[in-house]
Write a protein that binds this ligand. Structure first.
Ligand code: KDG
Length: 317
């Protein structure tokens, strides 16, 4: 049995060693990234049984990603190396404040070989949570219907569905994103949205109104990520709960913080924790991601979160 399974692209992520415009970055570190990949790694580091459905190129970079995911303990039964495809690339640009921007060289994606049959035969049937993000459906229109099929398989087998809208305007228009993401919402149990993405979906409204919009589709649990303002959440029968942000030790690279929050939040859901504790834990995980260069290198182990929260003594030497 898996706790969480997700589907998406894996990318070789070239992280610049210096900050500033990409055109002046001469040195990079080769890492692995991709929103759904990060989530699978984040869940595994917290000790959850996590799985990743994907395709990589049958090349050196594809082998690297596969090795990386195996090393992290992610179930890669549903990952295949595809002949005739290059493993996608993402060159990151990191600005002075640690915020990042992506420069993709990712099409055609090897994940375009994924079919309905792939999903039928995948480990979706064995997972407690099926997690989808807005990145995979943005890659090509066919992925929207694939995700609907994945949701049906997951639901038939009793899984909860979790969604992060993760809207990447470099990959699709806000109109296409809205159409696809709103079509998923009636089937979603847990939404993990950035504040900006809630506004892209529902227009500029208050935080509470955004939460209400999500719940009007029948979403049971909503979490809204608010950066330095922390996070807020609501379950069907509680008032909105607010959790303040956790100050990062330093801000090195903010890309992947949202994926870290999601891994932490879903961990709390699987432990049946109260919403406030779940939000605090998720904020803590997100804040640890930004202190380390790379999309997922900063994702903490469970005991590191406990130490950071002061629940476990840290023994340095
Ligand atoms: O959430 C982090 C991702 O944005 C990053 O790993 C790569 O942009 C990315 C993507 O498309 O998944």
């Amino acid at each position: 049995m898996l706790d969480i399974i997700t589907i998406g692209d894996g990318m070789i992520t070239m992280n610049p060693k210096t900050r500033g415009p990409l055109r002046f970055s001469n040195e990079f570190e080769r890492k692995a990234g991709g929103a759904e990949l990060n989530l699978a790694v984040g869940a595994a580091r917290l000790g959850l049984a996590s799985g990743w459905i994907s395709r990589v190129g049958n090349d050196e970079f594809g082998q690297y990603i596969l090795n990386f995911m195996r090393g992290e303990g992610v179930d890669v039964t549903d990952v295949v190396k595809e002949d005739g495809y290059n493993t996608p690339l993402n060159f990151k640009e990191i600005r002075e404040d640690g915020s990042g921007s992506t420069h993709y060289y990712r099409f055609p994606s090897p994940t375009e070989t994924i079919t309905a049959e792939t999903l039928q035969n995948s480990k979706i049937k064995e997972a407690k949570i099926f997690y989808l993000s807005g990145v995979f459906p943005s890659l090509r229109p066919e992925n929207v219907s694939l995700l609907h099929q994945a949701i049906s398989i997951a639901k038939e087998n009793g899984a909860k569905i979790a969604l992060d809208p993760n809207i990447r305007l470099k990959l699709w228009s806000v109109e296409s994103a809205r159409e696809a993401l709103l079509s998923f919402l009636p089937h979603v149990d847990i939404v993990l949205s950035g504040e900006e993405e809630a506004a892209q979906l529902f227009g500029d409204q208050t935080l509470e109104a955004h939460i209400q919009e999500f719940q009007s589709y029948g979403v049971e649990t909503v979490a809204v990520k608010r950066g330095e303002k922390g996070a807020a959440g609501k379950t069907a029968d509680e008032e909105v709960v607010y959790a303040s942000s956790v100050k990062a030790a330093k801000v090195v690279d903010t890309v992947g913080a949202g994926d870290g929050f999601n891994a932490g939040f879903l961990y709390g859901i699987l432990q049946d924790w109260p919403l406030e504790k779940t939000l605090q834990f998720a904020n803590q995980v997100g804040s640890m991601v930004v202190a380390v260069s790379g999309d997922n290198e900063g994702l903490p182990l469970l005991e590191e979160v406990a130490e950071a929260l002061g629940e476990k003594e840290k023994i340095e030497r």
